[in-house]
Ligand binder design. Structure first.
Ligand code: TZP
Ligand code: MG
Length: 216
């Protein structure tokens, strides 16, 4: 699977985001529903630490492997290497993408969070395989979230020369707003609460996929 295809429905989560089921069941359901990419992002006051975090990471990694879903680790390059992840995702404050690339080599994907045209172009130059753009809409999931940029920033980034580069929108994306992100030119949507906090993560994932299929 290439990066653009994998971005179609990108579930991002850790234990603190799972409201209805435990993380393993949440991920298993979301995979059944059709997610195409997964990021392990263990964040917040109640986040698991050290071996507990690693143990959960191993379980989620195995689930992805069994189901051929690429597995990305947020922020933590050492953990990504230890879990034989398919990639790592870094924010603007998580260290230099150029150095990250040196550490992970050429075979792992590197995703970079961006909030402006300048950051987007810099990430591409620094060797990102895809960029996340957001927040698309207001979100309560990330405490230190950047101000909302809206789907328009994806349109502007596309027009600025990155017309084919793999882009995923993130932040506040719900079933009724996802079409705005696809229509702005994103390859896909990255979602935390709309899937991991759903009564049925499987059904939520399946519904996101049907939006992509019908409204574009
Ligand atoms: N980065 C920008 S917004 C955000 C992240 C990790 C949180 C997205 O969570 P939700 O629940 O899909 O709004
Ligand atoms: Mg980060």
């Amino acid at each position: 699977m290439n990066v653009s295809e994998a971005l179609k429905l990108y579930l991002v989560m850790g234990s603190t985001n799972c409201r209805v089921f435990d993380p393993e069941k949440t991920l298993a359901e979301a995979i059944e529903g059709g997610i195409t990419l997964f990021q392990f992002r263990e964040k917040g006051n109640e986040a698991l630490k050290e071996n507990d975090c690693l143990y959960l990471g191993q379980n989620l990694r195995q689930l992805c492997k069994k189901n051929k879903i690429p597995f990305i680790v947020n922020d933590d390059i050492e953990m990504a290497l230890e879990l034989h992840a398919d990639g790592v995702h870094i924010g603007q404050d998580d260290g230099d993408p150029y150095r990250t690339r040196k550490q992970i080599g050429e075979n792992m994907w590197m995703g970079v969070s961006t909030h402006s045209i300048t950051e987007a172009h810099k990430a591409v130059k620094d060797g990102a395989d895809y960029i996340g753009v957001g927040p698309m809409f207001p979100t309560k999931t990330k405490e230190d979230a950047h101000q909302v940029v809206g789907p328009d920033l994806i349109k502007t980034i596309r027009r600025s020369g990155l017309d084919q580069f793999p882009i995923v929108g993130i932040g506040g994306i719900t079933l009724d707003r996802a079409n705005l992100v696809y229509e702005a030119g994103a390859n896909g949507v990255a979602v935390i609460s709309a899937i991991s906090g759903a009564e049925s993560p499987k059904q939520a994932a399946a519904e996101f996929l049907s939006i992509k299929a019908t409204k574009i």
